[in-house]
Design a protein around this ligand. Sequence first.
Ligand code: ZN
Length: 146
Amino acid sequence: MPDDTLSNLYQELLLDHYRRPRNRGKLPNYDVCIEKKNPLCGDEITLQIDFQGDTVANVGFTGQGCAISQASASMMTQLLKGRSRAEVEALARRFTEMLHGDDTAARDAALGDLRALAGVSRLPVRLKCAMLAWGALAEALAAPAK
Ligand code: ZN
C-alpha cells in the first residue's frame, strides 16, 4: 500500500475519533479525576478513572480542543479498560516512543488506533496536543490509590 493511502486512512481514523469520541462523558463513580490544559493550542482534557484494585475498571473523558488532542484521548481510553497499572504504563511508554519517531513503535499493534498519530512525530508543535491526555493519565496513575 502506498504511503499516502496509509496516511489517508490514518487521517480518516483520527477524524472519526474526533467526531465520535469513545468513552466520552463523566463517570458515575471514579477514583481519580485529572484536568489538563494545553494553553498553546487551547486544548482541555478531564480524565476520570475508576480503579478496581490494580486494574482500570472504567475510564471516561470530557474536553475540547483540536482534533489531535481529542482523538488522542479517545484512542487512549479505548485501550485502558481491564488493564493493570503496569500494562497502562508500558502502553504510555510505547506511545511516547512512537511520538519521538520510533518506527517499530509506530508499527506496534499494541498501540491500536493510536498508530494514526505516528505522523505527529514530524510535527513538534503538535506533540503537546497528542500528549495532553497522556499527561492526565500519568497523574492519574501517580495519584494515591483508594
Ligand atoms: Zn491541540
